[in-house]
Design a protein around this ligand. Structure first.
Ligand SMILES: [Cu+2]
Length: 156
């Protein structure tokens, strides 16, 4: 009986950790500008962090051949000619992690020309850490309790 109750409690705690809405920090949307250099075969910087609702200006400058920048999930792109800049402006209204990549074939290593746009914090990371901690905590008392139970049953 106590075993069932603690199991139920753990399942409920697990559901809370997995699905409860995180407190949303009230950050007013801002306008952010990123100067990104594109060259064979990388972006610099290649890791962008923004808050949901931010207006993003990406100034893409190519320092060698023609490069593009396509943002997965947002389906938007921009193209920069050699030595030129181009600007991509959009509102980061979808939270999550998105890859951006070159969409103009620029050479042998072109498929590896990628970067990452993170909109908001990665809540799934925190949730999975929370769940694994919960699993680690729950394993010991539950297993010792079920051991005791089987011993009692064996005595009968
Ligand atoms: Cu390319």
């Amino acid at each position: 009986m106590r075993y069932r109750f603690s199991l139920l409690l753990l399942v409920m705690a697990g559901l809370v950790v997995a699905f409860a809405p995180l407190p949303v920090p009230t950050i007013a949307p801002q306008e952010r500008t990123f100067e990104i250099d594109a060259h064979q075969f990388a972006y610099s910087p290649s890791d962008l962090h923004v808050n949901p609702g931010d207006t993003i200006n990406i100034h893409l400058t190519s320092t060698d051949v023609v490069h593009g920048l396509y943002v997965d999930g947002y389906d938007i792109s921009v193209e920069a000619d050699p030595g030129q800049s181009a600007t991509l402006t959009f509102v980061a209204d979808k939270p999550g992690s998105f890859r951006f990549r070159c969409n103009i074939t620029c050479g042998a290593m072109h498929p590896f020309m990628i970067g990452k746009l993170t909109v908001g914090n990665n809540s799934w990371l925190y949730r999975s850490i929370g769940l694994s901690i919960l699993a680690a905590i729950s394993f010991f008392p539950l297993s010792s309790f079920s051991d005791r139970k089987t011993k009692e049953e064996r005595i009968k």
